[in-house]
Ligand binder design. Structure first.
Ligand code: PEP
Ligand code: MN
Length: 337
C-alpha cells in the first residue's frame, strides 16, 4: 500500500503518521519526488482499510500495490532512479556503456582494454575476477589479484569499475570497487542478496538464465529491503529452445521493466548472443527500445581470451560501435554518459 501525501506536508505531521504506521508493525519507505511525497507501507497490509488513512489531513490518496515487490515498484517511486557513480549518472535520460573483458587476465590486458574503451567513450570498466564457469576445469578468474588489476586500470583511466561477486565472504575485497555485479547464476542466491542489501555499493543485478521478470524484481526487492536502493537491472538473455544464439535476448523485458520499476534497465548483448557480430544489432535494438545502457564484452585479443572470446569485440570493433551508439542515443534525446 502507498500513501501519496499532499504537497509540502508538515514534518511533524509526517512523523506522527510514520509513528502510527510503525505501531501497526509495518515498515515504511518515504520517497520525496519532484511533486509528491510517497510513503510505502512494507509488510502485511491485507487487513488494513485504505480509506482509514484519509483521516490524516496530510494524506491525499491511498493506493494498494498488489505486486509483491514494493520498494522496486514504480507505483512507489514514479520518478526514474538515477544512480551516481563517482559523478557519472546511470538512468533518467543518461545512456551508459559498461565495457571490458569477460575476465581479468593480466596487467597488460587490463591496461590496454581500459585505455581503449575509455577512448571510445565507455563510462564504466568491467572485468570478472571471480568467474562462474560451467566447468570446474575452466579458468576461474584471478580473484583478489584480478580486483587489484581492475583498481590499477581504474587509477590509470579514471573509469569506475564493475566486477562480479559470487561469495559474500569475499566482500572485503570489493571495498574500492564502484559497482558490484550479481551474475545470472546468483540472481536467486538470497543470502548473497540480503547481505548486499546492507552494502552501500550500487549493485548490477543480472537476470537469471531461467527466471521471470517478477523473479528478477523480487531479487531486487531482497537487496532493497535491506536498505540498498542503488540497483541496475540487466537483461542478458534467457534459456529457450533456440540454439542459434547462446541465449535468447528477451528484448521485451525492457519496456515491461521500465513500466513496472523505477530502476535503470541495461541490456547485455554479448552474453545474450554469444557471438560477436550480433552485438551491434542487439545494441541498436536496446537503444531503440528504451534501455538505460549496455554491458559489452571487449577484449584486446578475443581469439586468445580465457573466457567468452567468441562474443567479445576487439577495441576497433567497439570503437566503431560506440560512434553509432552515440548517434542513436542522441537521436533518442538522451545523453551518452
Ligand atoms: C559476466 O558478466 O561476466 C557473466 C558471467 O554474465 P552472466 O552472469 O550474465 O552470465
Ligand atoms: Mn562473459
Amino acid at each position: 500500500m502507498v500513501l501519496i501525501l499532499k504537497n509540502n506536508p508538515e514534518v511533524k505531521k509526517v512523523d506522527e503518521l510514520l509513528e502510527k504506521i510503525a505501531e501497526m508493525g509495518l515498515k515504511t519507505q518515504v520517497v520525496g519526488g519532484a511533486s509528491h511525497t510517497i510513503v510505502g507501507l512494507i509488510g502485511d497490509t491485507s487487513h488494513l482499510i485504505p480509506e482509514d488513512f484519509l483521516h490524516y489531513e496530510i494524506v491525499d490518496t491511498v493506493q494498494r500495490i498488489s505486486e509483491s515487490y514494493k520498494a522496486a515498484n514504480r507505483k512507489m517511486h514514479p520518478d526514474d532512479t538515477i544512480i551516481d557513480i563517482g559523478g557519472r549518472k546511470i538512468g533518467g535520460g543518461t545512456f551508459s556503456v559498461i565495457a571490458g573483458p569477460c575476465s581479468v587476465e593480466s596487467e597488460e590486458q587490463m591496461k590496454e582494454v581500459a585505455t581503449d574503451v575509455k577512448a571510445s567513450g565507455a563510462s564504466l570498466l568491467r572485468g570478472g575476477a571471480f568467474k562462474p564457469r560451467t566447468s570446474p576445469y575452466a579458468f576461474q578468474g584471478l580473484h583478489g589479484e584480478g580486483i587489484r588489476l581492475l583498481l590499477e586500470a581504474k587509477k590509470a583511466t579514471g573509469l569506475p569499475i564493475v566486477t562480479e561477486i559470487m561469495d559474500i565472504n569475499t566482500l572485503d575485497l570489493f571495498a574500492d570497487v564502484d559497482v558490484i555485479q550479481v551474475g545470472a547464476r546468483n540472481m536467486q542466491n538470497f543470502e548473497l542478496l540480503k547481505a548486499l542489501g546492507h552494502s552501500d555499493k550500487p549493485i548490477f543485478l543480472k537476470r537469471g538464465l531461467a527466471n521471470t521478470i517478477d523473479e528478477l524484481l523480487m531479487s531486487a526487492e531482497y537487496i532493497m529491503s535491506g536498505g540498498n536502493n542503488n540497483i541496475v537491472l540487466c537483461e542478458r538473455g534467457i534459456r529457450t529452445f533456440e540454439t542459434k544464439t547462446r541465449n535468447t535476448l528477451d528484448i521485451s523485458a525492457v519496456p515491461i521493466l521500465k513500466k513496472l520499476t523505477h530502476l535503470p534497465v541495461f541490456i547485455d548483448p554479448s552474453h545474450a548472443a554469444g557471438i560477436s557480430w550480433m552485438v551491434e544489432p542487439l545494441s541498436k535494438a536496446a537503444i531503440a527500445i528504451g534501455a538505460d545502457g549496455l554491458m559489452i564484452e571487449v577484449h584486446n585479443n578475443p581469439k586468445k581470451a580465457l573466457c567468452d572470446g567468441a562474443q567479445s569485440l576487439n577495441p576497433e570493433q567497439f570503437d566503431t560501435l560506440m560512434k553509432d551508439i552515440r548517434r542513436r542515443v542522441e537521436f533518442e534525446g538522451k545523453t551518452l554518459a
